[in-house]
Design a binder for this molecule. Structure first.
Ligand code: AMP
Length: 396
């Protein structure tokens, strides 16, 4: 389906063309007509499916229809600064040839960004993309006027709830006019999302798009290894594959820092990105990675949601992700849009059972590659046997 078929304004079509989009992705095909009809929507779609444009395009079109005015008309609430910036960048590209304005309100450490956000909020940028905490800070200052809001988008709502933002979201919603259109996107639909949807949405239409299944184009591999084999094997993979863009995931901030230090000591072109870095440094590292000036990026899960980088050749899970959704989000960083990619997971004996649970969830057995002999004997992959009880004894 081409974008001409949605009845978009010429200016918006020009923006779509400038972004290089030719045909609508499945989520766009399904969601855009529902949103243009004015219906509330729950969309289950993982990132990488084109869901950002699926809600931005109809919002921009509706705001064009509405005409210019100095009031905030749409509020998009997202879990992380990185995602806010990414959506704002999409917005800038898509709305470039229209009068629709936007600003990302995610906080920085300096007072000038707060003042700039305040200015846009009071002048009435058409679309605000915000993180919950920062928006509450502005609301508490008393100058935010949301009486013109017509649209609310909750993006990656499952992640926002995981991060404990339920009350903040409800507080923001309490400042919005009751008469508005609501769109909620999430990769998973746990019961808390249903509760949020019941409180915030009105008779929503539901769209599910291949929930929880990683895109077919990703080649998934796993190595059963001891912890001591992880760095040598990682170094071997990084050096032998000569790839331009590799994203390595660790579960914790401290392991992210430690791993990037160790890889740097090996002379590899690597940087880490985690929540301890200030905003400017994070953006610089991300930009360098985007522009392929930096080949290897080590990151934590929280940040995996905000990394929209094209042509990542390989994702490496240095440890097994916490659950299936994190696994999908991590490996979904490769094979974005039309590209293909490789996702490799390192599994130590203690993680074998966790990995099998993920495989069951995906309904897929990931190929276990043989660890090259120079790394010594590797653990046998036997998740049942390695399923430990909490007291450390194997289960019967
Ligand atoms: P998202 O799922 O919104 O994070 O989008 C994933 C990637 O696909 C982004 O880099 C988008 O710019 C890109 N994209 C979105 N819609 C389309 C489309 N219709 N055609 C080609 N690429 C797209």
């Amino acid at each position: 389906m081409t974008f001409n078929e949605f009845g978009f304004e010429p200016g918006l079509l020009e923006g779509i063309m400038a972004m290089g989009y030719e045909t609508a992705t499945p989520i766009q095909e399904k969601a855009i007509p529902v949103i243009l009809k004015g219906r509330d929507l729950i969309g289950s779609a993982q990132t990488g499916t084109g869901k950002t444009a699926a809600f931005l395009l109809p919002l921009i079109q509706e705001i064009i229809n509405y005409g210019p005015g100095h009031q905030v008309k749409a509020l998009i609430i997202v879990p992380t600064r990185e995602l806010a910036i990414q959506i704002d960048q999409h917005m800038e590209g898509l709305s470039y040839f229209t009068h629709v304005s936007s600003i990302a309100v995610y906080g920085g450490t300096d007072g000038s960004s707060f003042m700039r956000e305040k200015q846009s909020l009071t002048d009435g940028a058409d679309i605000i993309v915000c993180t919950p905490g920062r928006m509450i800070a502005h609301i508490n200052m008393g100058y935010v006027n949301f009486s013109g809001i017509r649209f609310l988008v909750l993006d990656e709502a499952d992640r926002m709830l995981d991060m404990g933002f339920f009350d903040d979201i409800m507080k923001i919603i309490s400042y919005l006019p009751a008469n508005r259109q609501n769109l909620l996107f999430a990769a998973t639909m746990p019961s808390e999302i249903r509760t949020l949807a019941r409180k915030a949405l009105k008779d929503p239409e539901e769209i599910t798009l291949a929930i929880s299944k990683p895109v077919e184009k990703i080649l998934q591999l796993a190595y059963s290894v001891y912890d001591s084999q992880k760095i040598p094997l990682l170094k071997f993979l990084l050096q032998s594959m000569k790839l331009k863009s590799i994203l390595v995931f660790c579960s914790t901030k401290s392991s992210t820092k430690q791993l990037s230090r160790e890889l740097k000591n090996l002379g590899l072109p690597v940087e880490a990105i985690h929540s301890d870095l200030d905003q400017d440094t994070r953006e610089k590292v991300l930009n360098d990675f985007k522009n392929k000036k930096l080949n290897i990026l080590v990151a934590t899960d929280i940040l995996s949601r905000g990394i929209d980088v094209e042509n990542i050749d390989m994702v490496i899970n240095y440890d097994v992700p916490h659950d299936g959704e994190d696994y999908i989000h991590r490996i979904g960083r490769t094979a974005r849009a039309e590209a293909s990619g490789v996702a490799v997971t390192f599994i130590n004996p203690k993680e074998q059972y966790k990995f099998q649970v993920i495989e069951n969830l995906l309904d897929k057995v990931v190929h276990k590659a043989t660890v090259p002999v120079q790394f010594g004997e590797s653990p046998v992959y036997d998740p049942k046997k390695n399923r430990k009880r909490t007291d450390g004894r194997p289960r019967k």
